[in-house]
Design a protein around this ligand. Structure first.
Ligand code: UD1
Length: 431
């Protein structure tokens, strides 16, 4: 297992190219189940989650070939419809093979994803939406099992969770509806750009989805889809992580290859913190030269403040000049990073779904444990401004969603190195 060692104090400076979007590429890969023709994706990030999805698809008879940033996915065998627990349990996004399997093969056996570190994450909306399209789904032995005798049938539905809409449930249901008979009207669809991107790929495969990017999607079902070629968009969450790093280190960082209109709320938050932000059509630049100002954020579905950036912004608030409040509305238990930030000397008090962050003049390096993907990014950012060395363990979490983060931070003058974690020496006991 690797660890990252960060030496704090360096100012991040330079340009970095955003990788392709992780959250968009995973459902786009699942879309390859909907056709026997090749689906070619370009600018695919080299991430653990992408490899996990490829492994699941290979088990389901989809040949996955990678050449640099290009991934070619082609269904070669439709006889296997089981996504097993050992793979699905490592990545929740694997649930999005459910809709395509049911729609194209008439059967699916997909392991329930199980809990995750930021709480119970139900799948009721995935099941509800596919149910409305005519798929009965039962839970048997920890698996979602479905067998449909007739093609799915388009229908009107409202997909809703108590927090708004669900990103992957929307993707799953749309991937079911594209091969259903007739029209599906999906109200309260998630508006996240990653959902819009899957819809655009599906349209280029011959689907007919209108309202893309909005709350109401109209899907006219078709009997077959064909192959397509698609270039992935830049990852807005990864891009914002680099920008926050630039802001925290009083640096000057430009991220290329992104769509700034997807980051409006992030830009506003950075401006509120006193950071200078410049933008072009496909780049954003941050510059900071004074302590950050405190800010309050509440996570919301897109276009609101993304829950996937809550931890990274909390790291910035930890060194801001005053008190900030974070309210987590999407995953109320997503605060695993708080305990680790406290180890670095942060002053954070958690109260229910809120955290009150009192900025401190300095953090001090320590050994910390990555608990999930975005929490690890927050620890890395905090390490960049902490005095001395911060050792981040369990970095496989960060490798799930950030491509070669250590190399890319080094290219921005950050002092980050990767080392193998030495085995813990056991103290012999006289028992
Ligand atoms: C996706 C993202 C994840 C992000 C999240 C919210 C991917 C691969 N992952 O996850 O990075 O943090 O969106 O922006 O794209 N819910 C239910 N029932 C359901 C489904 C969800 O109650 O059937 C609840 C969840 O517990 C959560 C809320 O709805 O409170 C939103 O979750 P959802 O949008 O589904 O997250 P994911 O799609 O799993």
């Amino acid at each position: 297992m690797d660890r990252l060692i960060v030496t704090g104090g360096a100012r991040l400076e330079g340009r970095v190219a955003a990788a392709g979007s992780k959250n968009a590429v995973l459902p786009c890969m699942a879309a390859a189940l909907l056709t026997d023709e090749p689906v070619v994706l370009h600018r695919v990030p080299d991430l653990r989650d992408v490899r996990t999805m490829a492994q699941i698809l290979e088990r389901l008879g989809v040949k996955c070939t990678r050449d640099g940033g290009t991934l070619v996915l082609q269904t070669v065998d439709r006889s296997q419809s089981e996504a097993p627990y050992d793979l699905v349990s490592t990545m929740r996004a694997s649930i999005c093979v459910l809709g395509p399997l049911i729609a194209r093969r008439g059967e699916a056996r997909v392991s329930m994803p199980g809990g995750c570190v930021f709480g119970v994450r139900p799948v009721d909306q995935h099941v509800k939406g596919l149910n409305v399209l005519g798929a009965q789904i039962a839970v048997e032995g920890g698996y979602l099992v479905s067998q449909v005798r007739r093609p799915l049938k388009g229908a009107d539905m409202f997909l809703g969770t108590r927090f708004g809409s669900s990103v992957l449930a929307t993707a799953n249901v749309v991937m079911g509806a594209v091969l259903a008979r007739g029209l599906t009207c999906l109200e309260n669809a998630a508006m996240e750009p990653e959902v819009a991107e899957v819809c655009r790929l599906l349209n280029s495969m011959g689907a007919s989805i209108s309202g893309v990017g909005g709350h109401k999607l109209l899907v006219e079902g078709t009997s077959a889809l064909h192959g397509a070629e698609h270039v992935m968009s830049g990852d807005r969450i990864e891009a914002a992580t680099f920008l926050v790093g630039g802001a925290m280190t009083k640096g000057d960082v430009t991220v290329d290859g992104i769509d700034p209109t997807q980051l409006t709320v992030v830009i506003e938050t950075l401006l509120e913190m006193g950071v200078a932000v410049d933008r072009g059509q496909d780049w954003l630049r941050v510059r900071a030269d004074a302590p950050l100002r405190p800010v309050d954020v509440t996570t919301m579905p897109y276009p609101g403040f993304p829950t996937d950036l809550q931890a990274q912004f909390m790291a910035a608030m930890c060194v801001a000049d005053g008190i900030s409040v974070v309210t987590e509305r999407i995953f109320p238990d997503r605060f695993m990073h708080v305990a680790e930030l406290l180890r670095l000397g942060a002053d954070v008090r958690k109260e229910g779904p809120q955290a009150i962050v009192k900025g401190v003049p300095r953090l001090s390096g320590a050994t910390v444990m990555a608990s999930d993907l975005r929490a690890s990014a927050a620890l890395l950012l905090a390490g960049l401004v902490a005095d001395g060395e911060t050792e981040i363990r369990r970095v496989y979490h960060i490798d799930r969603g950030y491509e070669r983060i250590d190399d890319r931070l080094r290219a921005l003058q950050g002092q980050v190195r990767r080392e193998a974690q030495p085995p813990v020496e056991a103290t012999p006991l006289d028992w």
